[in-house]
Every structure is written in C-alpha cells, then in structure tokens.
Design a protein around this ligand. Sequence first.
Ligand SMILES: *Cc1c(COP(=O)(O)O)cnc(C)c1O
Length: 387
Amino acid sequence: MSGAPAGDRIPVMIPWLGKAEADAAAEAVLSGWVAQGPRVARFEEEFAARVGARHGVAVSSCTTALHLALVACGIGPGDEVIVPSFSFIATANAVRYVGATPVFADVDLETGNLSPETVEPVVTGRTRAVILVHQGGMPADVDAMRTLCIRHELELVEDAACAIGSEYLGKPVGAGSLIAAWSFHPRKLLTTGEGGMLTLDREDWAQRVRRLREHAMDLSAAARHASSGPSFESYLETGFNYRMTDIQAAVGLVQLEKLDAMVERRRQLAARYYELLADIPGVRPVRDPEHGRSNFQSFWVLLDPAQFPGGGRDATLNRLAAAGVSARRGIMASHLEPAYEGTDHVPLPNTERLTRDSLILPLFHALTEAQQEHVVDVLRKPADDAA
Ligand SMILES: *Cc1c(COP(=O)(O)O)cnc(C)c1O
C-alpha cells in the first residue's frame, strides 16, 4: 500500500460514540432535567465503583478537577507543587490557579512518568504536593511516590486524565487513591464531550469539593428541587461553577458500559503495533511497566535519530501526513511553552528527549488491520529504501 485516497485519512483518535449515547442524551433533554441532576449522581457512583474509589464528584473537566483537588489539599500562595513538565499544560496551570508555584521534575524515559528519583531532587521546604500524572494511560508507580510523599509530608494528587481502565498492581488506576482527577475530553478513552471527575478517599474532602463545584452552596440544587417547602441555602466560601450537566452524564453512563471493550480493543491494537514495528531500527514503542498495564490512550514511539533511517520526528510526521496518516507530535513539555518562559527548573533531559523525538500513532477502536499496516509501512519505507 502507498498513498491513501483523499477523504480516507487515518485520524489519530476517534471517540467510540453511537446511537446509544445519542438516545441517552436525547432522553436527558426530553426529561427537562438538563443541568446537574440524577444522571450526574448515578454517573459519579458508577464511575467511582469502576475505578475502586470511595467517592466520585463529577465536574466540568479534568482541569477544573485538578484545581479543586489543590484547593482541597489546602495549597495556596507561597507553596510549591511538583509536576512533570512532560504533560498537557493543564497539569501545571492548575497549580497557578491556586496561586502556588509549579516546580518541574523530569520523567522516566521508558514510561514518561515521574519517579521518586526525578522528584526527590526538587523537593524543598516549600513543597506541599506532587501531581503524579499517569501519562498517556501508562500507570505511574503510585506506591513508590506515596512513600516519598509520606516521608516529606506532601499531598499526592493523581492526574489520571488519560488513565481510565489502566491498571496498577492488578487493580484499576484510582483504586485506593487519596485524590485523582479524570478527563472525559474526546481525546481520552471515555468521553462526555467535555467533562471530568474527582475520585476521593476522604469523606470530608469529597463533601467539600462537591460543594465547591457548585458555588460552595450548603444545599445542592438537586436537594433544593427535591424538598417540598421553601429552602434557604448559604454560601460557605468562595466556590466555583464547575458542574457537569445531566446530558453529559447520560452519555458517560453509556460510555462506561463500553469501557472494558474499549480497553481490550486498544490493547489488541497495541500488541499488533509491537509486532509490526519490531524490525524497524530506531523506533521504540512505549511499553507497560512491570507494575501495571496501560489502556494505551496514547500509543507513542520514541525515535532514535542515530538508528532510524527516516530522519527526525517532524520529517516523519510530514511523511505520514502526506500518506494520509494523522499522527501527532508526542506529549508536550510545558516548560518550553511561552506561558512558562523564564521559569527556573532543573535540567529536564528525558522530558526534552521525549517531546522532541516521539510521536503518537493512530489508535482507536475502529482502526482496521489494513490501516494499521499502512501506518507502519510508511514508517518502515526509509529503512526498506536504505536496505
Ligand atoms: C487532557 C489532560 C488534562 C486536561 O483534561 P481536560 O478534561 O481537557 O481539562 C489534564 N491532564 C492531562 C495529563 C491530560 O492529558
């Protein structure tokens, strides 16, 4: 196979949405209850049960979930929070929302995740928390980071935006986590259009973020609606409007039923990529660590420019694009963006290497074997030509 016909581009991701989601959204609309209501409550319960968490609090995005997580942890001005630069920029931005300072740590080259070895050197007397990202769905070593956090008396917030359905030590990512933030953006596995969730272990924190997402009212709109007499709410602190709608939750409930099939299909396709890519020199796909299994939200490959005959990452992306394949540059490095220009940080060699030399290959439930072979053929061609 060579060039793909126009209109037949292979995208990097397509959400798995169908008539069941459309019907569920329509049912919510026709019910008249479109803002946060009974469907959100059900989605919270079912989501928390699926990831093995005590409490679920649905919000408008993972970004707002991260913001509320840091508020719950009591982080504020003068505090430092350790984050990977190698992440979507929202991870670092959330720290700025509470007036604290994001401090970048490097990541492990194999998994793209923070490790105690990369975090320890940037802990200071002002460090209050670590945001541990399960990058691209690759499970980070939560227990190792928790041990470090306990030793330094730091809060541990998990950014599990990409990790729905990933596993850590045989359990779902999120099981037993103190506080984890999730995303339902369509670039992630399970989507509600936009949307997010916080899962929590502590009852008092769960109650507080439940209120904070709703203007910090002591009586939820749903509770007010359900009461027969007049009710008077009060506003306990400065809250936010970070609510999810019942239309979104209706879609999320259907998506949750598909989650196992989504993850299984992605793992099959990832295994097939390993086979197909095996003999191309200088192309190293991301792999599961010993402590867990990815959902392969992002299937990235790291190019070794000394061995890969196809030139650099950008040339490779261009070649793929010309052949009808929408691959993407790898995960961004926040410290290289204008928003973080001038930020002090330790050297971040693995972050810079990963962000410069990696690309994300198409992976979605409907990707066909022929499409997958086409992607790999385009990657392999320079090696074949050189042989
Ligand atoms: C996508 C993403 C976010 C932001 O999620 P939204 O729901 O779009 O706000 C945060 N962190 C990571 C690691 C992400 O990949």
